[in-house]
Design a protein around this ligand. Structure first.
Ligand code: 0A1
Ligand code: ZN
Length: 891
C-alpha cells in the first residue's frame, strides 16, 4: 500500500508549523533487521498559529510507544501521520517521547536509514527523516540534536553522527556506544548517521582565522589509497570559501563518508557529508581526469553548502534553488578559480554551458518544465533537477553580473560579495526564501542594475522556459552606424501560457574585418525589443553576442559562414570562439538532416569547414583542452533540440558521417595532435595535462574511426597497445573507448581484458558497463548487448550506480540506439521503469524522464513512445515519483 500524501502540494499554501521542536535526543540501537529508535523532543506550540493538533510525519515505521511529559497519551494515525490532539495547552515546553523501529536492511529506497554492504548510512533530504522517526519533517523546523548510537562493536567499530563526539565507551554483550552533539540547530533533512567498518584519511588544518580543525575522509578498508584527491579538494574548498567569501569552517571536525549505494551525488549533512563513492574515490589507476574534476567540484559543492544551505536553509522545498542554485554557482566559481589560467576558466565555463544546454534546455521545453522556484509538486524528489541546480546557478551568476559597478569591479564579484555578506548578516541561522536572497544582493548594491530592476528580474524565479533572443544587425555605411535589434520571447510551458519579458544581461563585442575588437559592452535587455546603435565604424562589424554565455537564453542570429569563421579566428571571448565553431558544425548538420532524400554517403563536408577545424587543431596558441571542445561536434541531444520533428537515428547517422569525414580529412593533423600532446612524467590531474590527455584521446578515437573507413589496422593496433601500456585510467579508457566507438575487431579482447584487470573495482566496472551500453549502434546491436549485460553476474538492479551504468547509459545517453523503429527500446524502458519503481522510486522516476521529449519524435517512434509511457502510467500502485513524471509526460 502506498504511504504518505498523494496529492499535489502548492507553494502558495505555505503555513508556519503549528509547533516548534527546540531539541531532539535520539537513541539508536542499530540492527540491520530491526533498529530501535527512541526520540525525545522538547516542543512547544507556535504562538503565531491557531491551536491545533500536532501532526508528525512518518513512513514505514513501527510505532511502539508515545509519551507526553512521561505519561502515556492518546493518538491516532491519519495517512501515515501520527496525530496528537490532547497536548498541553499554552506555550510551555513539553516533552514528547516516541519509540519506533525500522528495518534498514529492507530499505531498498535508500531514503532514511539503510544498509549498504555491512554498514549503516542515512539519507534524509528531502523527506527521509520521517522514515527514521515521527517528526515535523520540514526544513523550517530547526532543532538542536543529541544522538546516542549503540551497536555491536566488532561489526560497527565506527559510529558517526553530526557535530562533535562527546562520549564513547563499551557496553555489555560486545556492544559499544558513541554520543554526538551538534552545536548548530538544523532541519531534519541534515541529520545523518553512519556505522560500520570504516577507515579514515585524516588531516589537521588551521584556518585563516587561526582555528584548528580535523578533516576526515571515511572509506571501506582497502580504499584509503583513493582518498588523497578528495582530501586535497576538501582542503582547497575550506581555503577558497575563506578567501572568496570570508566564510570559515564552523565545526571542529568535518567528515566525508563514501558509500557505494547512493541515489544521488552526495549529501551535505552538517559536519558529516555522505557521498556516492563515485565522487570520493580516485587514483590514477582507477579514475579518469573527468572523475578527478567531478570529485573536486562535488566535494566543494557539499562543503560550500555548510553556509549556503545549512547555516541558512530553505523555508520550504519550493525554495530549493535558494541553496542549490547558489551552491552550484559557488562550486563552479571554485573550480574556475582553482584552474587559474584564463583559458582553463573558459574551458570550465564551456563545459558548464554544455550541460545546461543539453540537459536543462530540453527540460525547460518539455512536460516537466518548471521555474527554478516551482509552484507545485507531487513528489519533491522529482525537483532535484537541472533547472533548480544549473539554471538556478545561472540566475545567481546574472545577479553577480548585474551588480558590477564599472572598471573597478567589472564582473560584479565585489558587489556580489557585499550582497552575500548582507545575506548572512540578515539570515544566519534561519530558514528563508529566494526573495530574501535576491533582496539582500540588491540591497547591498543599491545603485546596481539589479536593484533597479529587481521586481522584473525576479521573473527568472517564477517563469519557466528558455527565453529566445533574436538579434538582427544592420549597417549604414554612410553614417558608419551599426544597429543591433534584440527581441526576446519565451514559448509557453505547462501552466504558463504567457510570459512577461525577462531581464537579460547581454555581453557584447564588435569585431572588425581585420579581426580587431572595435566595441565591447554589457547591455541589459528588459523590453520585448530594443535597438542598440554603435557609431564611428568604418565597415560592417561582426557582432559577438552573449559573450561568456551571460544569460541562459537561446540566441538566434543569422550568422553567415564568413562571420562565424571570423569569430572562430579572432573573438577575444573564448566562449564565443568555441560557439562559432559549434554553429558552423550545427548549420551543416541541420542542412543534411533536413534533406530527406539525401543519403548519408552523399553528405560531404565543405573544404572551408574542414580547413577551419584544421586551423583550430594546429593553432599554436590555443590550448589542448579548448581544441578538444572545439573539435567535438554538437551532441545528438543538442541537435535534437534544434528540430521540431526528431528522428534520432537520422541525427545519429549524420553526426557519425560527419565525424568520420573529419577523421579522414584531418588524418595527418590527428596524427600530429596525438604525437605532439603526449604527457611525460608523473600523472597530475591539473587542467593543462588533463587537456592534453583529452586531445590525445580525441585524436586516437578519430584515427580509429578513420581506420574503419580505410581498412587501416595500424591505428587500432596502436590503440590496443596504448590501452595495455597506459599509466593512468584516462589514457587507458580513452584507448578502450576508441576501439569500441570505432567498432574495431580488437574491442572485444580489450573489453575482456579491462574487466579482468578491474573486476574488484566497482566504479571501474560501472565504466565498463556504461561504455558498452552507450556504444554506437550497428544494425540494432546495442539493445541485445544491454540485455546480455543485465545477465552478467556483476549486474545488480539494486545498486543505483550499476543500474545507471547499463540502463541509463542506454535509454538516456544513447539516443541512436534507444529510439528504434520497432519500439523494442521503449518496451525495454517501460519494463525497467516498472521493475525499478518497486525497488527504488527515485531511481525509477529519473529513468522515466528518458522519454520526456516523446512528442517531438517522428512516427512511428512517437506513437510507440506514448504507448510505452501509457503502459507505465497504467500500472496500479506506482510511486508518487514515477506517477508524477509519466502523468506529466502524457498531459
Ligand atoms: N542536497 C544534495 C543533493 C541530494 C538531494 C537529495 C538526495 O536524496 C533524495 C540526496 C542528495 C546536493 O545538492 O548535493
Ligand atoms: Zn547541493
Amino acid at each position: 500500500m502506498r504511504e504518505g500524501q498523494t496529492s499535489v502540494i502548492h507553494r502558495s499554501d505555505y503555513q508556519e508549523p503549528a509547533f516548534w521542536i527546540d531539541s531532539v535526543d535520539l537513541c539508536f540501537d542499530l540492527d540491520p533487521a530491526k533498529t530501535r529508535v527512541l526520540n525525545k523532543m522538547k516542543m512547544r506550540r507556535n504562538p503565531h498559529v491557531v491551536p491545533q493538533a500536532l501532526r508528525l510525519d512518518g513512513e514505514e515505521l513501527n510505532l511502539s510507544r508515545v509519551l507526553v511529559n512521561g505519561q502515556g497519551t492518546s493518538f491516532k494515525m491519519e495517512d501515515s501521520q501520527l496525530v496528537l490532539e490532547n497536548l498541553p495547552a499554552g506555550n510551555d515546553v513539553f516533552e514528547l517521547e516516541i519509540f519506533t523501529t525500522c528495518a534498514p536492511a529492507k530499505n531498498t529506497k535508500l531514503s532514511g536509514l539503510y544498509t549498504s554492504g555491512d554498514s549503516f548510512y542515512t539519507q534524509c533530504e528531502a523527506e527521509g527523516f520521517r522514515r527514521i522517526t515521527y517528526f515535523l519533517d520540514r526544513p523550517d523546523v530547526m532543532a538542536s540534536y543529541t544522538v546516542l548510537l549503540r551497536a555491536d562493536k566488532s561489526k560497527y567499530p565506527v559510529l558517526l553522527s553530526n557535530g562533535n563526539l562527546v562520549e564513547q565507551g563499551t557496553l555489555d554483550d560486545g556492544r559499544h556506544f558513541a554520543k554526538w552533539v551538534d552545536p548548530f540547530k538544523k532541519p531534519s533533512y541534515l541529520f545523518a548517521l553512519v556505522a560500520g567498518q570504516l577507515v579514515a584519511r585524516e588531516q589537521r588544518i588551521t584556518s585563516r582565522a587561526g582555528k584548528e580543525h580535523l578533516l576526515q575522509v571515511y572509506v571501506r578498508p582497502g580504499d584509503l589509497d583513493k582518498t588523497e584527491h578528495a582530501m586535497n579538494s576538501l582542503m582547497a574548498s575550506v581555503a577558497w570559501d575563506e578567501a572568496r567569501f570570508g566564510l570559515s569552517l564552523d565545526l571542529e571536525r568535518f567528515m566525508i563518508v563514501a558509500t557505494s549505494d547512493f541515489n544521488m551525488g552526495a549529501m551535505e549533512n552538517k559536519g558529516l557529508n555522505i557521498f556516492n563513492s563515485k565522487y570520493v574515490l580516485a587514483n590514477q589507476a582507477t579514475a579518469t581526469d573527468t572523475d578527478f574534476g567531478n570529485i573536486e567540484s562535488v566535494v566543494g559543492h557539499e562543503y560550500f553548502h555548510n553556509w549556503t544551505g545549512n547555516r541558512i536553509t530553505c523555508r520550504d522545498w519550493f525554495q530549493l534553488s535558494l541553496k542549490e542554485g547558489l551552491t552550484v554557482f559557488r562550486d563552479q566559481e571554485f573550480s574556475m578559480d582553482l584552474a587559474s589560467e584564463a583559458s582553463a576558466r573558459a574551458v570550465k565555463r564551456i563545459e558548464d554551458v554544455r550541460v545546461l544546454r543539453t540537459a536543462q534546455f530540453p527540460e525547460d521545453a518539455g512536460p516537466m518544465a518548471h521555474p527554478i522556484r516551482p509552484d507545485q509538486y507531487l513528489e519533491i524528489n522529482n525537483f532535484y533537477t537541472v533547472t533548480v541546480y544549473e539554471k538556478g546557478a545561472e540566475v545567481v551568476r546574472m545577479q553577480q553580473t548585474m551588480v558590477a559597478s564599472g572598471p573597478s569591479d567589472p564582473l560584479g564579484r565585489e558587489g556580489f560579495r557585499k550582497g552575500m555578506d548582507l545575506y548572512f548578516q540578515r539570515h544566519d541561522g534561519s530558514a528563508v526564501t529566494c526573495d530574501d536572497f535576491t533582496q539582500a544582493i540588491a540591497d547591498a548594491n543599491p545603485d546596481s542594475k539589479l536593484a533597479q530592476l529587481l521586481p522584473q528580474f525576479k521573473r527568472w524565479y517564477s517563469q519557466a522556459g528558455t527565453p529566445r533572443v533574436k538579434a538582427v544587425g544592420s549597417f549604414d555605411g554612410a553614417s558608419g552606424t551599426y544597429s543591433l535589434t534584440l527581441s526576446q520571447s519565451c514559448a509557453p510551458t505547462p501552466g504558463q501560457a504567457v510570459k512577461e519579458p525577462f531581464v537579460i544581461p547581454i555581453s557584447l563585442g564588435l569585431i572588425s574585418a581585420d579581426g580587431s575588437e572595435v566595441a565591447s559592452s554589457m547591455h541589459v535587455l528588459t523590453q520585448e525589443s530594443e535597438t542598440l546603435t554603435f557609431t564611428g565604424l568604418q565597415a560592417e562589424p561582426v557582432p559577438s553576442i552573449l559573450r561568456g554565455f551571460s544569460a541562459p537564453v537561446i540566441l538566434d542570429f543569422a550568422y553567415t559562414d564568413e562571420q562565424l569563421l571570423a569569430l572562430l579566428e579572432h573573438d577575444t571571448d573564448p566562449f564565443n570562439r568555441w560557439e562559432a565553431g559549434q554553429r558552423l558544425a550545427l548549420n551543416r548538420m541541420m542542412a543534411f538532416i533536413s534533406q530527406d532524400a539525401l543519403a548519408v554517403a552523399d553528405m560531404k563536408l565543405d573544404a572551408r569547414y574542414i580547413e577551419a577545424m584544421r586551423s583550430v587543431l594546429r593553432h599554436p596558441k590555443l590550448d589542448a583542452a579548448f581544441k578538444e571542445l572545439a573539435l567535438t561536434l554538437p551532441s545528438e541531444t543538442y541537435v535534437a533540440e534544434q528540430l521540431d520533428v526528431v528522428d534520432p537515428q537520422r541525427i545519429h547517422a549524420v553526426r557519425e558521417a560527419l565525424r568520420a569525414q573529419l577523421a579522414t580529412a584531418l588524418h595527418a593533423d590527428w596524427e600530429w595532435a596525438f604525437e605532439a600532446h603526449h604527457e611525460n612524467g608523473a600523472y597530475k590531474p591539473d587542467s593543462l595535462s588533463s587537456g592534453r590527455r583529452a586531445l590525445t584521446g580525441l585524436a586516437l578515437a578519430m584515427l580509429c574511426i578513420a581506420a574503419r573507413t580505410s581498412g587501416d589496422t595500424v591505428w587500432p593496433g596502436k590503440a590496443l597497445q596504448r590501452f595495455k601500456d597506459a599509466g593512468n585510467m584516462t589514457d587507458r579508457f580513452n584507448a578502450l573507448a576508441a576501439l569500441v566507438t570505432s567498432g574495431s575487431d580488437l574491442a572485444a579482447q580489450a573489453l575482456q581484458r579491462f574487466h579482468a584487470m578491474f573486476k574488484d573495482e566497482a566504479l571501474v566496472i560501472d565504466k565498463w558497463f556504461a561504455l558498452q551500453a552507450g556504444a554506437t549502434d550497428r544494425g540494432g546491436n546495442i539493445l541485445p548487448i544491454v540485455k546480455q549485460l543485465m545477465t552478467h553476474p556483476d549486474f545488480s538492479m539494486r545498486n543505483p550506480n550499476r543500474a545507471r551504468s547499463v540502463i541509463f547509459s542506454y535509454c538516456s545517453a544513447n539516443p541512436g540506439a534507444f529510439h528504434r523503429a520497432d519500439a523494442a527500446g521503449y518496451v525495454f524502458w517501460s519494463d525497467k521503469v516498472i521493475e525499478l519503481d518497486a525497488i527504488n522510486p527515485q531511481v525509477a522516476a529519473r529513468l522515466a524522464r528518458a522519454l520526456d521529449r516523446w512528442k517531438k519524435l517522428a512516427e512511428p517512434m512517437r506513437s510507440a513512445a506514448r504507448e510505452a509511457i501509457a503502459r507505465v502510467a497504467a500500472k496500479p500502485d506506482l510511486s508518487n515519483d514515477t506517477r508524477e513524471v509519466v502523468t506529466r509526460a502524457l498531459s
